[in-house]
Structures are given as structure tokens and as C-alpha cells.
Design a binder for this molecule. Sequence first.
Ligand SMILES: [Zn+2]
Length: 316
Amino acid sequence: MPPVNRKNPIRATSSESQYTLMEFMREFPDDDACLLWLWKNRYSEDGEHAECPKCKTVKAFARYKTSQQRQSWTCTACGFHLHPTADTIFHKSSTSLHLWFYAMYLMTSTRCGISAKQLERELGVTYKTAWRMAHLIRTRLMKQDAGPFEGSEPIEMDETYIGGRYRYPGRGKHLGGRSTTAKQPVFGMVQRKGRIVAMKVRSATRETLYRHVEERVLPASTVYTDEYPVYNTLAGERKVEHRRVPHAERIYVSGDVHTNTIEGFWSLVKRGLGGVYHAVSRKHLQGYLNEYAWRYNQRFEERDRFQLLLLRSTLD
Ligand SMILES: [Zn+2]
């Protein structure tokens, strides 16, 4: 057996990880490396030339060492400053880019997510800062894609209720045994072999749910649901091929007709929220749904999740 190269360890092929902490530290050893990455990915492929908005042409840019430690590159022709963090979630943050990148690394490398408390410990920032960073990553970088499902794979849809701290007990109403007093209704759709979307909804009524269906599901799509009465008019109103699973008759799968994919996702979310985040307020539930949907939607991606999230941060 050849001697082990301890300076360049080879990852076990059984390891699920695609991008280890060692690789992260090698690629992003400090704040400057993070800023340079943003500069190259947003403005300047070679790191030296960029389209100057003032000169309206490609010019040489230089990074001058200034006393204010400005995070910018300057056009050598006209003096215009380009800020690689402009319009990103990192802009004007007092937290270093290196910590931002590390937070993104941590949020994408864990299977079930990471709590703000854990982020606080890992990053050495205050709880408030850690919470705010995670919140921005969830709501901005992991925002769910708009637009309809494409292709002919069937779509499963289902609604569920997720428990949370509730400020005004007794205000909710009952919908056929599905109590909304203490729980937040959530609606989800998943295309088989494809994307999932999950959103917090005001109520699981026809009016609310169909609005989301209209946005995501094209006419003539095949749709599977359970027998919740709200879906009674789905075929007629949305012009879809609608099949239902008679859960009441204790039938859960009939050939291809089932809602196991979306139900599996719900149990993943509920287990995750219970285990990692304990109690999530209604107000912030959408962020967590984004995070779980984002992770789910990256499962067929070749590239590492962290790198995908990094690229997303440049698109803002
Ligand atoms: Zn210029």
C-alpha cells in the first residue's frame, strides 16, 4: 500500500460530503479571498478588467489599499468604484464576509439544518447576528423559484399543519377536523423527479390554494391529491387531470397514484423543525420552508450545495 499523504487526504468514496471544511478553508482562507471571489464572479472574470458603468466599456480595475479598507475596485481610467458586495445580502454588513461564507457553508453542509444558537457558537457572533444571518440566507438566497412546473411528470399536492408558538389561542377555526387554532396551514406541491414548493398559507381554503395552483400548474398536467374536499373542483377549474388517493378507505398507493413524495417532505420538515429549531414562530416559518425546499431541490445537482448557494448570492 502506498504511504498516506496526510497533506492531501483522499475522501472516502462512501462519504456523502462533496465539499469538506478543509476544502472550504483552502478556497476561502480569509476575508480577502471571499471578496475576490465575489469580484471575479460578479464583475471581473480575470480579476483585472471589468465593464466600467461610467466609461461604458471594459477597463482595467485596481484595488487600492485605502485607510477606510474599502471593499471596492477602482476604474484606472475614471476612478469609478465597483463594490463586489453591492446589492447582495453581504452589503454594508458589519460581519466579515468570511463569517458569512462560513455560515452559508454550515447551513448547506448539514442534513437537517443548523440552529441560530449553534451558528452563534460556531461563528463567535451574538445570537442576534447569527439569527439575522440565517434569516437572510433563508429568505433571500434560498427563496423559492417562481413559475410553473415543466414537463409531463405528475404533480402531487397536499396541505398540512405545522405547529408553532401561537400568540392568540382560540382565534382559529376548525376545518373538517383540521384545527387551525395552534397550527399554521402550509401548502406544498412537488413534481415527481423534480422541484418542490412549499408555502405558508393563510388558510387551506379553495381560494387560497387554487391561487398557488394557478401560478405553478399548467392546464392538462396530471395532479394527485388526497380526498380533502377543497380539491373537489380542481379538475374543472384548473383544467388538470386529477386523480385522488382515498385515504379514508385506508388506501395510500394505487399504482402511480399517491402523495407519498409530498408527505415524505412534510415529515422531513416536521422532524427537522422539531429536532433542530424546536419552536418556530408562524412569522418566520416561510424561511424554514424555503430552507428545506432548497435542500430538497438540490438533490439532483452535480455541484456542491455550498457552491450553488454562493452563486445564488451573486444573482441578487
Ligand atoms: Zn471608468
